[in-house]
Design a protein. Structure first.
Length: 329
């Protein structure tokens, strides 16, 4: 503190007879500082600025873009900018940004007859039951229909890998026939799915047509879901690349995905991926071209021929000894 301010404090005290509080307010300093000046004590050395001061503006910018940042995350970030201090300084400096801010909500108003619908889970000891909840918004009367369990799974598991089945068979008991190259899924003696056999662990294979039952439940998002499903088909993003390029050329990528989805009813997934891969290599992003490739290659698989009476497949007969045929020679 310079000498001029010290003289000014003493003048207010001795000449104008102001109180310490009045002097502190007038001079813009603390009362302890005023007391120390009047007692003739030496002024305290100014505090050394915190090591985090050069980074305060940077921290403020981070919290503008990401308000949920934790102090430890800020510490890790500013160390990349040369900060050598500890966690404590960062925690104190970021405290004002990490305070819970008040959240405002719109008041909801409902008319008689309007309702809220949700799916609930209710714990009963170590078990859980599930329920469909229908709550009238005006009177708050509720109707709940409980279910012992629920699932959206339409996969069967074999050898730690998962294979899809049509959604209409979700939760049904299934029989699995494993062959060296394929896995067949039978339900009620009827073959409902055939997949290439997986030899890894925790792998999954899914035929897009198996989701059709779920897609039909939400028609407004049906085509968008088909697009997302087809874009993720296969180990390599061949279909996604085809659809994105088709859209860039002004074509309807969603409709193209739907056409591919329909094609999978009659051809194998690998066959479709092969045709799309060829179209990508030639930079021809037209669904009609893919369709023509499939037709020219005769890609459509012949339908499986099965007897009308499935019991004929389980005919047993008594084996005969080869000696019985000696008389025919």
């Amino acid at each position: 503190m310079d000498e001029t301010r010290r003289i000014e404090v003493r003048r207010f005290w001795e000449v104008e007879r102001l109180t310490m509080r009045q002097i502190a307010e007038k001079m813009g300093m603390g009362r302890r500082t005023v007391t120390r000046i009047l007692k003739g004590e030496p002024a305290k050395k100014p505090r050394k600025p915190s090591i985090i001061v050069p980074y305060e503006r940077l921290i403020a910018e981070w919290y503008k873009t990401t308000p949920a940042l934790m102090a430890i995350q800020v510490l890790n970030r500013i160390r990349g900018y040369g900060y050598t201090g500890g966690y404590g300084a960062v925690k104190l400096r970021t405290m004002e940004f990490r305070k819970m801010r008040a959240v405002a909500f719109f008041e909801l108003t409902f008319l008689p007859g309007e309702a809220q619908v949700d799916w609930m889970e209710w714990k009963v000891g170590d078990e859980a039951v599930y329920g469909f909840v229908y709550v009238l918004a005006w009177s708050r009367y509720a109707v709940i229909h409980f279910y012992p369990r629920h699932t959206l799974e339409f996969f069967v598991e074999f050898d730690l890998n998962r294979y899809s089945v049509p959604t209409t068979y979700a939760e049904a008991a299934a029989e699995i026939l494993a062959f060296p190259d394929t896995v067949e899924v039978l339900i009620g003696g009827r073959r409902v799915a055939v997949h290439p056999r997986l030899f890894g662990r925790k792998e999954k294979t899914e035929l897009p047509a198996h989701r059709e039952g779920l897609l039909l439940r939400s028609p407004r998002t049906k085509f968008q879901r088909i697009y997302e499903l087809m874009a993720g088909l296969g180990p390599e993003p061949e279909i996604k690349r085809f659809l994105e390029n088709a859209q860039a050329e002004g074509k309807d990528a969603v409709q193209a995905a739907y056409v591919m989805f329909r094609l999978l009813r009659g051809i194998a997934k690998e066959t479709l991926l092969s045709a799309v891969r060829e179209a990508n290599s030639l930079k021809v992003y037209k669904i009609k071209y893919v369709h023509s490739l499939l037709e020219s290659s005769g890609a459509k698989e012949p339908p499986t021929v099965r007897p009308q009476d499935e019991r004929l497949l389980d005919i047993n007969y008594e084996t005969r000894s080869l000696d019985d045929y000696d008389d025919l020679i």
